[in-house]
Design a protein around this ligand. Structure first.
Ligand code: ADP
Ligand code: MG
Length: 264
């Protein structure tokens, strides 16, 4: 049964999508079955996984509006080694259509239920705001992974995010946990980075991953080839950092290799 992890942060440009695509590929490289769900209307995770966001028969819109079953919406992300539920601008239309529907926060959770058994990990890429798409992701998730840049306002943003998580726990998902905090675009030569990093560890202890993601141009280039860094430049610092993160997550969650391999 998959562990469902929402990758979220209200702030844009902190590395949510980069983390989703590269962590999905890295977990797949450790022989876990992985599904990536793109809940951002920008569809960057979809394009970054090598899937044309506007050329698919179905996408997340069909799930949220119950026009298609999850199993028919899933596409293999080819070389990247994981499965994908694509997303594009249609997701914005789903938000509008669901406006007056009862239980609109639970559409994604219910849709994923039908395919959850097939995977070890399901990652959900969230848009950079607290809209109905994000609430659907947080309602469906077991836990939240927060990528953040260690900069001056980061801690303030994090406080707001913790507040949001509390509100979700009080309403649609009491079981929601903090999976971990990931330091992205990390530059140890910058004293502010080290300062913020230290404060993070003080507040969140071992919820802060030991693996850090450095600023690495390969991570920024790979999406234009529709590839995770691992398939674009395997030896790059970015690819190796996400492999280290995957290793840490696998150890912490204790989620084994794909069940087929285990029973064989
Ligand atoms: P978000 O999904 O939070 O908006 P993205 O993952 O799209 O953030 O990242 C924002 C921009 O920064 C993108 O252009 C991406 O390629 C780039 N980027 C993300 N992480 C890194 C990194 N570690 N090193 C260099 N560039 C990065
Ligand atoms: Mg994004």
């Amino acid at each position: 049964m998959a562990r469902i992890v929402a990758v979220t942060n209200q702030k844009g440009g902190v590395g949510k999508t980069t983390t989703c695509v590269n962590l999905a590929a890295s977990l797949a490289a450790t022989r876990r079955n992985v599904l990536l769900v793109d809940m951002d209307p920008q569809g960057n995770a979809t394009m970054g996984s090598g899937i044309d966001k506007n050329a698919q028969a179905h996408n997340g819109y069909d799930l949220l509006t119950r026009k298609a079953e999850a199993a028919t919406v899933v596409v293999p992300a080819g070389e990247a080694g994981f499965d994908l539920i694509p997303g594009n601008g249609d997701l914005t239309a789903a938000e509008v259509e669901l406006m007056n529907e009862i239980g609109r926060e639970h559409r994604l959770r219910l849709a994923l239920k039908t395919i959850r058994e097939r995977y070890d990990f399901i990652l959900i890429d969230c848009p950079p705001s607290l809209n109905l798409l994000t609430v659907n992701a947080l309602a469906a998730a077991d836990s939240v992974l927060i990528p953040m840049q260690c900069e001056y306002y980061a801690l303030e943003g994090l406080a707001a995010l913790m507040n949001t998580i509390e509100q979700i726990q009080e309403t649609v998902n009491p079981a929601l946990e903090l999976e971990g905090i990931l330091r992205t675009m990390y530059d140890p030569r910058n004293s502010l980075t080290l300062d913020v990093s230290g404060q993070l560890k003080e507040f969140f202890g071992d919820k802060v991953y030991s693996a850090v993601i450095p600023r690495n141009v390969r991570l920024a280039e790979a999406p234009s080839y529709g590839l995770p860094a691992l398939k674009y430049d395997r030896q790059s610092k970015g690819a190796l950092a996400y492999l280290a993160l995957a290793g840490e997550i696998v150890r912490k969650t204790g989620i084994g290799k794909r069940s087929r391999a285990v029973t064989a």
